[in-house]
Design a protein around this ligand. Structure first.
Ligand code: TRP
Ligand code: ZN
Ligand code: CA
Length: 442
């Protein structure tokens, strides 16, 4: 049987990118009878040796000590830090490139390291800022994230990982001057390249001396990947709230790339409830040396650094090695259908033919309805025999625009072939819209 109406031009909005990432992690649909072999599960990540991560921190401390006590943008200690990381990656078989930019009258550098192979159209990226402030060596901020990311990249090389997706790592300059390096990277990526980044993982401060375990609340798939990892360790997590947008993930998020990350806390104070679940000292900052001269080799909690480094590797492995769910056959109707205000239901038809048997138990119904008050709308999927499946009810208070969603319907009692309809009715006055397109994925 040949596939039918295929979507040929993928529209990559932020939402689509998020769905793409989620789709990659979807587990194979359970099925009772002869089904194609289920895709292999994601490979398990190796344990990241804490000693290796700490050796990178020792080196970054030495670089700072030899260069006036810091590794700040425009200072010799920054370039020496970049050279150190780059040499390790080059020796491990990465394709590296130095990207130069100028800010505050000095040259800055981003280091980009690509692991050869994987699907170039679907990139998983992990990064950390490598610059410190000028007042200290920046070992927690952000030697920790830089070292954990570096050691994960080196573990990819040791494993000679063959991910399904393409893996890329980044070390950013001038984060402390306002996310300058990561903004420069993203701004200089052509739109086509941006859209290939399925997810960006950010690691800024992962070894705070009085640590919390914070997960960014951004892309749901990335967030769940981290939360599940810590849950498996029996370590509670909280959502990161100490300044959303205060690190390099914001540069990616701002152009619609799904992001996530980890954080162990900066100048905010650990509460007694937090000290109860994580240990450490209540009433004290997560990092008392944040942005100060004491952010040195001793300003690290080894347990936090170890757990977070392992979590980086877990996420990199999980997000890049889970095979792509093979695309189903897509049947779409992209003709616009006006929806009368507070009026009769309208339908748009998709005709399925050439299939055998029934529709799937997890039939995906992708809906793109433009409307100025979506709470007005009732949506049903109507099977060829007239059976209606409610996709969405009216909810007058939901004033948001548009219904752009994918619903899953158990259509296993319906014959696959025939005329399927999306039925939409607007049940309240004033706001209006139209069916832009909809599709069924078998
Ligand atoms: N990015 C900040 C710095 O480098 C630290 C920071 C504060 C942070 N709040 C955050 C990092 C939240 C990640 C998430 O100084
Ligand atoms: Zn930082
Ligand atoms: Ca209306």
């Amino acid at each position: 049987m040949t596939p039918h109406l295929k979507l040929s031009i993928p529209r990559r909005t932020a939402a689509a990118a998020a769905l793409a990432l989620a789709g990659l992690l979807a587990s194979a649909a359970p099925s009772a009878t002869a089904a194609p072999a289920a895709p292999a599960p994601a490979l398990a990540a190796p344990d990241i040796p804490l000693a290796n991560v700490k050796a990178h921190l020792t080196e970054l401390q030495s670089i700072a000590t030899a260069n006036g006590g810091n590794r700040a943008h425009g200072r010799a200690g920054y370039k020496a830090s970049i050279d150190y990381v780059k040499a390790k990656l080059d020796a491990a078989g990465f394709t590296t490139s130095l990207q130069q930019f100028t800010t505050s009258g000095a040259t800055g550098y981003n280091l980009i390291a690509d692991w050869p192979g994987g699907d170039a159209n679907s990139v998983v990226m992990a990064g950390a800022h490598l610059d410190s402030v000028s007042s200290g060596a920046g070992i927690n901020d952000n030697g920790s994230g830089s070292a954990g990311t570096l050691e994960t990249a080196l573990a990819v090389s040791r494993a000679q990982l063959k991910p399904v997706k393409h893996l890329r790592f980044g070390w950013w300059g001038a984060e402390e001057l306002g996310l300058v390096g990561s903004k420069y990277y993203v701004n200089n990526l052509p739109a086509a390249e941006r859209s290939k980044i399925a997810g960006y993982l950010n690691f800024d401060m992962i070894g705070s001396p009085n640590p919390g375990y914070f997960v960014y609340d951004d892309d749901p798939t990335i967030e769940k990947t981290f939360k599940d990892y810590f849950a498996g360790l029996g370590v509670a997590t909280e959502i990161e709230t100490e300044g959303d947008g205060r690190s390099d993930h914001a540069s990616f998020k701002n152009v619609g790339i799904p992001v996530g990350g980890l954080f162990t806390g900066a100048s905010r104070t650990k509460s007694s409830a937090q000290a109860q679940k994580w240990g450490g000292t209540a009433g004290q900052a997560f990092d008392r040396c944040y942005h100060s001269s004491c952010d040195s080799s001793t300003n690290i909690n080894d347990t936090a650094l170890d757990r977070n480094s392992d979590a980086i590797a877990h996420a990199v492995w999980a997000l890049s090695t889970e095979p792509t769910v093979p695309p189903g056959d897509i049947y779409e109707n992209a003709a616009d259908v006006a929806i009368p205000d507070n009026g009769a239901a309208v339908t748009s038809t998709v005709t399925v033919s050439g299939r055998t048997g029934n529709a799937p138990a997890a039939l995906k119904v992708g809906v793109d309805v433009k409307h100025t008050w979506r709470g007005d709308l009732v949506l049903d999927l109507v099977a060829p025999d007239g059976t209606a499946y409610r996709l969405k009810s009216a909810s007058g208070s939901d004033s948001a625009d548009n219904v752009i969603a994918t619903y899953t319907v158990n259509a296993s009692s319906e014959t696959a072939n025939g005329a399927w309809k999306l039925r939409v009715q607007d049940v309240a006055a004033q706001d209006t819209g139209y069916i832009d397109s909809w599709k069924l994925t078998f």
